[in-house]
Write a protein that binds this ligand. Structure first.
Ligand code: ASP
Length: 318
């Protein structure tokens, strides 16, 4: 039976393995996508998602997350939620409500508290040290505060044909308090329709939002494009358009899967992702924009790359 899952960045891989195990055993798409994201949220060395995520300018870890059920199109999302271990699980709970399904700030945090979600201080010593270091650097150097961001965004397809999508991120490092990115925004950070497929994004939220790019990929798949065609056609012309009309374009990396378990990606930077389906076991791949400016080069990851990554994420903060 067909099943599949794809998710952004190397950090998603353990979650993709977990989701694949659940899906192989007949698990449901929504449960699998939540479990996938929960694995990433709990790992303290991933500095852009959940526990260990980097804080905003004021030292507070504010998280954005979303969940979508591709059968019913139900969505739940949180923006700027704090002190919650699994923001995506809160988003999923909100997706069961017709009203008040997208909550931000204290209202979102209160909902989590009242509904028994695990509450904890999400600012680890390591993330705090990075924040303090960056504050000192910004005081002396003229540098951009925004780095150390990434979102885990994932799509799942189960053996009954149901699909789900979810995202989770601590957003841009040193973002202003209350800044919300694309990740909890329907159609920008994610979208899924079990009759077609789903897509999810990572990159500069402010620019991803300008193109509602996840929805555009799903719309294109609905018109018969393969996931790879839909990604290429939605992402590269839009990046070019933004450069022309807005003067610049931030980072865009998108993953997509259709309801047959076929997948695609497009990116304007080096981009790792993890993907598995009933045809091929979960694996990490690396994508680059093609030299022609409108296609994507995809290769297996090398052991050297993985070793360097492992070293980088655990390196002492000096
Ligand atoms: N899209 C996220 C945001 O803008 C960050 C990222 O994925 O790198 O908050």
């Amino acid at each position: 039976m067909t099943w599949g899952t794809i998710a952004t960045w190397r950090m998603a891989h353990d979650g993709v393995v977990k989701a694949s195990d659940l899906l192989t055993a007949g698990g449901q798409a929504g449960d699998a996508v939540e479990a996938l994201i929960n694995v990433v949220e709990a790992y303290p060395y991933y500095k852009s998602v959940g526990y260990g995520g980097l804080p905003n300018e004021e030292g507070v870890v504010e998280m954005d997350a979303a969940f979508m059920d591709g059968d019913t199109l139900a969505q739940g999302a949180v923006g700027g939620i704090h002190n919650v271990m699994h923001a995506v699980s809160v988003a999923r709970a909100l997706s069961h409500q017709h009203y008040n399904s997208f909550r931000v700030g204290d209202g979102a945090t209160k909902f989590a508290q009242l509904n028994g979600f695990e509450m904890t201080n999400m600012l680890t010593d390591r993330a705090k040290a990075r924040w303090q270091k960056r504050l000192a650097e910004l005081a002396t150097e003229n540098m951009t505060p925004y780095d150390g961001h990434d979102t885990v965004g994932a799509i799942t397809l189960d053996t009954t044909g149901s699909m789900a999508a979810a995202t989770s991120t601590s957003g841009l490092f040193m973002k202003k308090a209350g800044r919300v990115g694309d990740s909890p925004l329907s159609g920008s950070g994610y979208y899924v329709d079990s009759e077609i497929g789903g897509a999810a994004a990572t990159g500069l939220g402010e620019d991803i939002m300008k193109g509602c790019i996840s929805y555009e990929i799903v719309r294109r798949m609905g018109e018969g494009e393969t996931p790879q065609e839909a990604c290429d056609h939605a992402v590269y012309p839009f990046v070019a358009k933004l450069k022309k009309r807005y003067g610049k374009a931030g980072e865009f990396s998108l993953v997509a899967m259709n309801n047959r378990g076929e997948w695609g990606v497009a990116t304007n930077v080096e981009f790792t992702f993890s993907v598995g389906n009933d045809q091929a076991a979960p694996r990490i791949l690396i994508a680059h924009p093609g030299v022609d400016g409108h296609s994507t080069l995809i290769e297996p990851i090398t052991q050297d790359w993985l070793d360097a990554y492992e070293k980088r994420i655990k390196a002492p903060i000096e």
